[in-house]
Design a protein around this ligand. Structure first.
Ligand SMILES: *Cc1c(COP(=O)(O)O)cnc(C)c1O
Length: 344
């Protein structure tokens, strides 16, 4: 709070609350440097980041190949932009989109692939890129979980035509609400910069825009949290390793690619079946412990999806996966308590 108040009094001094103020510029510069990317747009949330990514790439209709195993925003952003999500099932070992099934889902109408680095684990970016090149598709990654993960020596957020991230309060690194687009192409980046602020420069209007600008207050929160990032990742790693040790491989976990420097964003475990999960949740809830069914349901089964597609791997995993509590300040005795219940 002290750190935040210092920034807030700066806002009172500059008198600028939003519209590309000094704190926002400082925040963007720091994140750009940390991620080692050139083109970075800080926006209001990770959902609008996905939507304006589609807009900036001129994808206003057609089919988008995507994963059913994600948070609902991955699918809803496609639908909201009047495109059709085409679900491709996931790999059973790390729960990212199954690249061997992408090509058979491509049609004349396919415009892009929107894959997710789920829980901060890397998609098969090389194969996705290769398929995209062969079929002239755009590649968008929903990197909402991937801040702080590095893959093959660079930020996992630096792949694809555009990668988005979320800085929502529940994420590893947050600015209360917030998100961003990391963009490969300079021109697309300039377009996004216009789109996020109504598409105009003073009285000159260039393109259809929306309001996805961030405020000084959100940037201030980001500037407060950013210096703690290493501690946050280190502590999450320690908690994850303690879970590993106490759980003794009793539960299947996503497999980490050897070239991935993981950010320890989540601690997902697979139960034997849904019944086992629900029983364990009941026991945990009785002790005031609330893990999350992350992700459930499988997005191909959402009631507002018109063309029902079967994704057996995703549906199976969704029905029995949960993320155990993982946050800075989680005490060892509580980790032991959680594990004792989960192992029953
Ligand atoms: C959180 C999340 C989003 C949405 O981000 P918001 O900032 O909450 O809008 C999108 N995709 C995934 C995978 C997420 O976990």
């Amino acid at each position: 709070m002290e750190e935040y108040e210092k920034y807030i009094s700066e806002i009172w001094q500059t008198g600028q609350l939003t519209n590309n103020g000094p704190l926002l510029r400082e925040f963007e510069a720091k994140i750009r440097e940390f991620l080692r990317v050139e083109n970075f747009q800080y926006v209001t949330n990770g959902t609008i980041a996905l939507q304006i990514a589609l807009k900036a790439l001129d994808i206003t209709e057609g089919e988008i190949i995507t994963t059913p195993f994600s948070y609902v925003a991955t699918t809803s952003s496609i639908l909201w932009e009047r495109c059709t999500p085409v679900f491709v099932d996931i790999e059973p070992d790390n729960f990212t989109i199954d690249v061997d099934k992408i090509e058979q889902a491509i049609t004349q109408k396919t415009k892009a692939t929107m894959a997710v680095h789920v829980f901060g684990y890397a998609c098969n970016v090389k194969k996705i890129e290769e398929i995209a090149q062969r079929h002239h598709l755009k590649v968008i990654y929903d990197g909402a979980h991937a801040f702080g993960s590095n893959y093959q020596g660079k930020s996992l957020l630096s792949y694809g035509d555009i990668t988005t991230c979320s800085f929502h309060a529940t994420k590893l690194f947050h600015t209360v609400e917030g998100g961003c687009c990391i963009v490969k192409d300079k021109e697309i980046n300039s377009k996004l910069d216009l789109i996020k602020r109504f598409g105009h420069n003073s009285d000159e209007h260039f393109c259809l825009g929306i309001n996805a600008k961030q405020s000084e207050f959100h940037a201030a929160m980001g500037l407060c949290n950013f210096p703690h990032l290493n501690e946050i990742i280190t502590e999450r790693k320690q908690i994850s390793l303690m879970y590993d040790e106490l759980l003794e491989n009793k539960f299947q976990r996503p497999k980490k690619h050897e070239d991935l420097e993981y950010n320890y964003a989540y601690y997902p475990i697979l139960f034997r079946n849904e019944e086992h999960l629900l029983k364990t949740f009941e026991a945990l809830n009785a002790e005031d412990i609330y893990p999350r069914r992350y992700f459930y349901p499988s997005l191909n089964t959402l009631p507002y999806i018109k063309n029902k597609q079967n994704c057996p791997v995703s549906q199976n995993i969704s029905s029995r996966i949960a993320c155990l509590p993982l946050y800075v300040g989680l005490e060892n005795e509580n980790i032991e308590k959680i594990v004792n219940i989960v192992r029953c």
